[in-house]
Design a protein around this ligand. Structure first.
Ligand SMILES: CC(C)(COP(=O)(O)OP(=O)(O)OC[C@H]1O[C@@H](n2cnc3c(N)ncnc32)[C@H](O)[C@@H]1OP(=O)(O)O)[C@@H](O)C(=O)NCCC(=O)NCCS
Length: 196
Protein backbone atom coordinates (compact mmCIF):
# COMPACT_ATOMS: atom_id res chain seq x y z
CA UNK A 1 0.00 0.00 0.00
CA UNK A 2 1.29 3.48 -0.88
CA UNK A 3 0.58 6.90 0.63
CA UNK A 4 -2.85 8.06 -0.54
CA UNK A 5 -3.94 11.61 0.38
CA UNK A 6 -6.66 11.85 -2.26
CA UNK A 7 -9.41 12.32 0.37
CA UNK A 8 -7.38 14.69 2.59
CA UNK A 9 -6.93 18.46 2.67
CA UNK A 10 -3.73 18.88 4.66
CA UNK A 11 -4.52 22.57 5.20
CA UNK A 12 -7.51 21.74 7.38
CA UNK A 13 -6.94 18.17 8.55
CA UNK A 14 -7.51 17.52 12.26
CA UNK A 15 -7.32 14.31 14.28
CA UNK A 16 -9.32 13.39 17.39
CA UNK A 17 -8.02 11.35 20.30
CA UNK A 18 -9.89 10.41 23.44
CA UNK A 19 -8.88 13.59 25.31
CA UNK A 20 -7.41 15.82 22.62
CA UNK A 21 -8.24 17.60 19.40
CA UNK A 22 -5.18 17.81 17.15
CA UNK A 23 -5.87 20.76 14.86
CA UNK A 24 -3.86 23.21 12.73
CA UNK A 25 -2.14 26.04 14.60
CA UNK A 26 -3.67 29.52 14.47
CA UNK A 27 -2.43 33.00 15.39
CA UNK A 28 -4.26 32.88 18.76
CA UNK A 29 -2.01 29.98 19.85
CA UNK A 30 1.10 32.18 19.99
CA UNK A 31 0.83 33.06 23.69
CA UNK A 32 0.47 29.42 24.80
CA UNK A 33 3.33 28.30 22.55
CA UNK A 34 5.50 31.13 23.84
CA UNK A 35 4.78 30.22 27.46
CA UNK A 36 5.34 26.49 26.91
CA UNK A 37 8.63 26.97 25.09
CA UNK A 38 10.17 28.83 28.04
CA UNK A 39 10.41 25.36 29.60
CA UNK A 40 13.95 24.08 30.06
CA UNK A 41 13.08 20.52 28.99
CA UNK A 42 11.72 21.76 25.66
CA UNK A 43 14.76 24.02 25.31
CA UNK A 44 17.02 21.10 26.10
CA UNK A 45 15.55 18.43 23.84
CA UNK A 46 13.99 20.29 20.91
CA UNK A 47 16.89 22.00 19.20
CA UNK A 48 14.56 23.46 16.54
CA UNK A 49 13.05 25.68 19.26
CA UNK A 50 15.12 28.88 19.36
CA UNK A 51 16.78 29.81 22.65
CA UNK A 52 15.87 32.24 24.11
CA UNK A 53 12.30 31.89 22.79
CA UNK A 54 10.48 35.14 22.15
CA UNK A 55 6.82 35.93 21.47
CA UNK A 56 7.85 36.79 17.90
CA UNK A 57 9.35 33.28 17.56
CA UNK A 58 6.01 31.83 18.69
CA UNK A 59 4.05 34.05 16.28
CA UNK A 60 6.34 32.98 13.42
CA UNK A 61 5.89 29.33 14.39
CA UNK A 62 2.09 29.34 14.54
CA UNK A 63 1.60 31.36 11.34
CA UNK A 64 4.54 30.24 9.13
CA UNK A 65 6.70 27.33 10.30
CA UNK A 66 3.82 25.14 11.47
CA UNK A 67 2.22 25.48 8.02
CA UNK A 68 5.22 24.59 5.88
CA UNK A 69 4.68 20.83 5.71
CA UNK A 70 0.90 21.23 5.31
CA UNK A 71 1.46 23.60 2.38
CA UNK A 72 4.12 21.33 0.84
CA UNK A 73 1.88 18.29 1.21
CA UNK A 74 4.54 16.43 3.21
CA UNK A 75 3.09 16.43 6.71
CA UNK A 76 1.23 18.31 9.43
CA UNK A 77 1.98 20.17 12.63
CA UNK A 78 -0.84 20.12 15.15
CA UNK A 79 -1.80 22.15 18.17
CA UNK A 80 -3.11 19.61 20.69
CA UNK A 81 -6.10 21.06 22.52
CA UNK A 82 -7.42 19.52 25.72
CA UNK A 83 -11.09 18.82 24.96
CA UNK A 84 -12.09 19.53 28.56
CA UNK A 85 -10.41 22.90 29.10
CA UNK A 86 -10.09 24.04 25.46
CA UNK A 87 -6.47 25.03 26.11
CA UNK A 88 -3.42 24.21 23.98
CA UNK A 89 -1.42 21.56 25.86
CA UNK A 90 1.04 20.25 23.28
CA UNK A 91 2.52 20.46 19.82
CA UNK A 92 2.76 17.29 17.73
CA UNK A 93 3.90 16.83 14.17
CA UNK A 94 3.70 14.12 11.56
CA UNK A 95 6.38 15.00 9.05
CA UNK A 96 8.16 13.80 5.98
CA UNK A 97 5.36 11.38 5.10
CA UNK A 98 7.41 9.58 2.44
CA UNK A 99 10.75 9.76 4.28
CA UNK A 100 13.23 6.93 3.83
CA UNK A 101 13.23 6.02 7.55
CA UNK A 102 9.44 6.41 7.65
CA UNK A 103 7.12 9.30 8.39
CA UNK A 104 8.53 11.11 11.44
CA UNK A 105 6.70 12.19 14.57
CA UNK A 106 7.88 14.93 16.93
CA UNK A 107 6.25 16.47 20.01
CA UNK A 108 6.45 18.56 23.11
CA UNK A 109 3.93 18.79 25.93
CA UNK A 110 3.52 22.07 27.83
CA UNK A 111 4.98 21.77 31.34
CA UNK A 112 1.56 22.46 32.91
CA UNK A 113 0.06 19.44 31.09
CA UNK A 114 2.73 16.77 31.65
CA UNK A 115 2.33 13.51 33.50
CA UNK A 116 -0.97 12.67 31.79
CA UNK A 117 0.37 10.65 28.87
CA UNK A 118 -0.78 13.17 26.25
CA UNK A 119 2.28 12.64 24.00
CA UNK A 120 1.72 8.86 23.76
CA UNK A 121 -2.00 9.38 23.15
CA UNK A 122 -1.36 11.87 20.33
CA UNK A 123 1.44 9.75 18.86
CA UNK A 124 -0.76 6.66 18.82
CA UNK A 125 -3.50 8.62 17.04
CA UNK A 126 -1.07 9.99 14.44
CA UNK A 127 0.19 6.46 13.75
CA UNK A 128 -3.43 5.40 13.20
CA UNK A 129 -3.96 8.32 10.82
CA UNK A 130 -0.74 7.56 8.92
CA UNK A 131 -1.40 3.82 8.61
CA UNK A 132 -4.96 4.56 7.50
CA UNK A 133 -3.56 6.63 4.63
CA UNK A 134 -1.09 4.05 3.40
CA UNK A 135 2.05 4.90 5.37
CA UNK A 136 3.79 1.64 6.28
CA UNK A 137 6.38 2.91 8.75
CA UNK A 138 6.53 5.70 11.34
CA UNK A 139 9.74 6.74 13.09
CA UNK A 140 10.81 8.73 16.12
CA UNK A 141 14.32 10.09 16.72
CA UNK A 142 15.09 10.66 20.39
CA UNK A 143 18.20 11.61 22.36
CA UNK A 144 19.26 8.58 24.44
CA UNK A 145 19.09 10.53 27.72
CA UNK A 146 15.54 11.78 27.07
CA UNK A 147 13.91 9.12 29.24
CA UNK A 148 10.38 10.61 29.17
CA UNK A 149 10.37 10.65 25.37
CA UNK A 150 11.83 7.13 25.06
CA UNK A 151 9.12 5.87 27.40
CA UNK A 152 6.48 7.77 25.41
CA UNK A 153 7.64 6.01 22.23
CA UNK A 154 7.35 2.61 23.92
CA UNK A 155 3.88 3.38 25.26
CA UNK A 156 2.81 4.34 21.73
CA UNK A 157 3.92 0.95 20.41
CA UNK A 158 7.32 1.85 18.96
CA UNK A 159 10.28 -0.47 19.10
CA UNK A 160 13.80 0.69 19.80
CA UNK A 161 15.67 -0.19 16.60
CA UNK A 162 19.15 1.19 17.02
CA UNK A 163 21.43 4.12 17.57
CA UNK A 164 22.36 6.63 14.88
CA UNK A 165 25.78 7.67 16.07
CA UNK A 166 26.45 11.42 16.26
CA UNK A 167 23.61 12.11 13.85
CA UNK A 168 22.54 15.38 15.51
CA UNK A 169 24.37 18.52 16.61
CA UNK A 170 23.26 20.16 19.86
CA UNK A 171 23.04 23.89 20.59
CA UNK A 172 26.68 23.95 21.66
CA UNK A 173 27.73 22.45 18.34
CA UNK A 174 28.50 19.07 19.91
CA UNK A 175 27.42 15.97 18.00
CA UNK A 176 25.16 13.51 19.80
CA UNK A 177 23.45 10.21 19.08
CA UNK A 178 19.83 9.59 18.16
CA UNK A 179 17.94 6.51 19.20
CA UNK A 180 15.76 5.37 16.31
CA UNK A 181 12.31 4.06 17.22
CA UNK A 182 10.00 2.57 14.60
CA UNK A 183 6.47 1.27 14.33
CA UNK A 184 5.11 -0.59 11.31
CA UNK A 185 1.51 -0.74 10.16
CA UNK A 186 1.80 -4.51 10.57
CA UNK A 187 3.08 -4.37 14.18
CA UNK A 188 0.82 -5.47 16.99
CA UNK A 189 -0.89 -2.27 18.26
CA UNK A 190 0.03 -1.26 21.83
CA UNK A 191 -2.43 -1.90 24.64
CA UNK A 192 -5.04 0.84 24.84
CA UNK A 193 -3.38 3.93 26.29
CA UNK A 194 -5.35 4.64 29.43
CA UNK A 195 -5.60 8.24 30.65
CA UNK A 196 -3.89 8.76 34.01
C1 LIG B 1 8.53 13.83 26.34
C2 LIG B 1 7.23 14.54 26.71
C3 LIG B 1 6.56 15.03 25.43
C4 LIG B 1 6.31 13.54 27.43
O1 LIG B 1 5.22 14.26 27.95
P1 LIG B 1 3.94 13.51 28.58
O2 LIG B 1 3.08 12.96 27.51
O3 LIG B 1 3.32 14.45 29.54
O4 LIG B 1 4.62 12.27 29.27
P2 LIG B 1 4.38 11.73 30.77
O5 LIG B 1 4.92 12.70 31.77
O6 LIG B 1 2.96 11.33 30.88
O7 LIG B 1 5.38 10.48 30.80
C5 LIG B 1 5.37 9.45 29.83
C6 LIG B 1 6.14 8.28 30.40
O8 LIG B 1 7.51 8.68 30.65
C7 LIG B 1 7.82 8.50 32.02
N1 LIG B 1 8.67 9.61 32.44
C8 LIG B 1 8.32 10.92 32.53
N2 LIG B 1 9.38 11.64 32.94
C9 LIG B 1 10.40 10.74 33.10
C10 LIG B 1 11.76 10.87 33.50
N3 LIG B 1 12.29 12.06 33.79
N4 LIG B 1 12.51 9.76 33.57
C11 LIG B 1 12.00 8.54 33.26
N5 LIG B 1 10.70 8.36 32.86
C12 LIG B 1 9.94 9.46 32.78
C13 LIG B 1 6.48 8.51 32.74
O9 LIG B 1 6.55 7.83 33.99
C14 LIG B 1 5.62 7.80 31.75
O10 LIG B 1 5.91 6.41 31.79
P3 LIG B 1 4.77 5.31 32.04
O11 LIG B 1 3.94 5.38 30.80
O12 LIG B 1 5.52 4.05 32.16
O13 LIG B 1 4.03 5.73 33.27
C15 LIG B 1 7.49 15.76 27.66
O14 LIG B 1 8.24 15.32 28.76
C16 LIG B 1 8.18 16.91 26.98
O15 LIG B 1 7.52 17.76 26.38
N6 LIG B 1 9.53 16.97 27.07
C17 LIG B 1 10.29 18.08 26.48
C18 LIG B 1 10.25 18.05 24.97
C19 LIG B 1 10.74 16.72 24.42
O16 LIG B 1 11.58 16.06 24.98
N7 LIG B 1 10.19 16.37 23.23
C20 LIG B 1 10.57 15.12 22.57
C21 LIG B 1 11.80 15.28 21.78
S1 LIG B 1 12.25 13.72 21.03
Amino acid sequence: MALDLSDVDLLTESVHTRRLLLRPFCAEDAAAVHQACQDEEIQRWVVAVPSPYTLDDARHFVTVLAWRERRAGTGMQFAAVDLESGGVVASVGLMNLTGSIGAEIGYWVAPWARGLGYAAEATGALCGWAFGHGVHRVALLIAPANAASCRTAERAGFRREGVLREAEVDRQGQPHDWVLYGRLSTDEPPPDIQPR
